[in-house]
Write a protein that binds this ligand. Structure first.
Ligand code: BGC
Length: 498
């Protein structure tokens, strides 16, 4: 049969119409999939990183000194974020994220006491501007573990104490935070003075795997007392310095500065489960790790050994958190170890157990013990118990998983977000969630072996190529929809872990 032109046009336009209909429905299904669990308007979806782990080229801080002494694997160029932040911000944007957390490296902007480096201040200004320009809320951390080298040699008189053992560190820190908040007042509103102070305290002054490498496991309270008090004071002073310096409401939400810490909170359970001693150790360790620091910043009183008595107090510490930043990674067994004072116990965190020869189990941890990271029920408990205790708005400032292939991460994210949603439904005020991390990066004492990234980086290739890792689109879809679709729930929502 011969088609005439009229027929031909008719068939062609019918076909075109069908194709367009098809494409439109596929597009709308993907883009506008109705969220089965939706989040409040303006909820922050983002990613976190830290200077030492991504920037490269840091030579003037406590970790660089450790690297020189051969205590940790070399950092080298890291991910070269210092030069490639625009590229990484674009990657975050391509996942529809609206928040980006990074840290300012103190040793760059203030390489010598009181001498600020204009060029470096401009560098971070450009970085914050780039985050803002791409429609994301900057979340600024002032200290992610690394102290400038000069802070380590601040005069401490006869005590000769350095770093957090020296009370002068608190004043120096507050002055630096205040100066930065003034510089970036018109660009940033959300500030974290320090990342995981209790991790820094425990790893640096109890088990010696972070600088300054002090071992104080047998009498943790004495080992940590001075650095702990100085960290609390440093935060409190910085809190007031930041509020004084930043009175500009950069994101026009009616608040010029919100200040907190990023605090590691673990879900803990006694092992063996029916032992009174391990229950007691769990209560004590949980007090030390999860609550002690934040209790002091809310009440102005510090109870270091969970005996409900005040060991130190300072009115200036009180009410210095505008919200609570929570980093959640672990669901851990706690075993009773009577000789370890005052907690009388030890969590079975793998990093700490790695201190002992392979195959040995000095504390009687569960044989299969390895940090359980996919623990949505533990996450729920952490969110609800923090809220019950403090009634402070919660910002999840870190949550993430090591997963090279990208097969586990989507389920991990979905299940944790289901828990987060459930906590919100139960009344917990949560205003954002940041995944750790946008890209693979340097993992402290472990080097480049821990692929946490939504984006994979090939560290064997000098060009450090970035590729979106499998499964990362799942987080992107959630951020885009501001909710979790029923498809994602059906695929990943199953709550298999404790
Ligand atoms: C820290 C990060 C670290 C992450 C993964 C958090 O405790 O803030 O710096 O990379 O955990 O281990």
């Amino acid at each position: 049969m011969r088609l005439n032109m009229k027929h031909f046009h008719k068939i062609l336009s019918m076909q075109l119409f069908i194709i367009i209909l098809f494409a439109a429905s596929a597009f709308s299904q993907d883009k506008l999939s109705v969220a089965a669990l939706s989040f409040p308007k303006g909820f922050l979806w983002g990613v976190s990183n830290s200077a030492q782990q991504v920037e490269g080229g840091l030579t003037n801080n406590s970790w660089a000194q450790w690297e020189k002494n051969g205590r940790v694997p070399p950092v080298g160029k890291a991910t070269d974020f210092y030069n490639r932040y625009e590229e990484d911000i674009a990657l975050a944007k391509s996942l529809h994220l609206n928040a980006f957390r990074f840290s300012i490296e103190w040793s760059r902007v203030e390489p010598q006491p009181g001498k600020f480096d204009k060029k470096e201040i401009e560098h971070y200004r450009k970085l914050i501007q780039a985050v803002r320009k791409s429609g994301m809320e900057p979340v600024v951390t002032f200290l992610h573990y690394t102290l400038p080298s000069w802070v380590l040699s601040l005069d401490a008189g006869e005590t000769g104490a350095d770093g957090w053992n020296n009370e002068k560190t608190a004043d120096a820190f507050a002055a630096y935070c205040g100066r930065m908040a003034k510089e970036y007042a018109g660009l940033a509103d959300i500030y974290l003075t320090m990342n995981e102070p209790v991790v820094d305290l425990f790893a640096g002054y109890v088990v010696g795997i972070f600088p300054p490498g002090q071992m104080g496991i047998v009498d943790m309270q004495s080992a940590t007392h001075t650095p702990l008090v100085n960290m609390l004071t440093a935060h409190a002073k910085a809190y007031h310095a930041i509020h004084k310096a930043d009175t500009t409401d950069a994101d026009k939400d009616g608040v010029s500065a919100k200040v907190s810490i990023a605090h590691s909170i673990m879900a803990l359970y006694p092992y063996p489960p029916d032992s009174k001693k391990s229950e007691d150790a769990t209560r004590r360790f949980s007090h030390f790790w999860n609550w002690m620091f934040v209790d002091a910043l809310t009440q102005g009183k510090l109870d270091e050994n969970a005996d409900e008595k005040t060991d130190a107090e300072n009115a200036a510490w009180k009410s210095t958190l505008d919200f609570l930043g929570i980093n959640f990674y672990n669901y851990e067994a706690v075993v009773s170890v009577r000789i370890l004072r005052p907690v009388r116990g030890m969590p079975c965190v793998q990093n700490f157990l790695n201190l002992f020869p392979k195959g040995t189990n000095p504390f009687g941890c569960p044989p299969e013990s390895k940090s359980v990271s996919d623990a949505p029920e533990g996450f729920y408990k952490v969110l609800t118990s923090s809220w019950e205790r403090y009634k402070l708005p919660v910002f999840v400032t870190e949550n993430g998983l090591v997963d090279e292939e990208g097969t586990l991460r989507p389920g991990y994210i979905v299940r944790n977000l289901v828990s987060l949603h459930r906590a919100m439904a139960a009344g917990v005020n949560i205003f954002g969630y940041l995944y750790w991390s946008l890209t693979d990066n340097y993992e402290w004492g472990l080097g480049y072996k821990m692929p946490f990234g939504l984006v994979k980086i090939d560290f064997n290739d000098t060009k450090l190529p970035r590729t979106m890792r499998n499964g990362s689109d799942v987080y992107g879809k959630i951020a885009e929809n501001n909710g979790i679709s029923s498809d994602l729930l059906a695929q990943y929502g199953d709550n298999k872990n404790p």
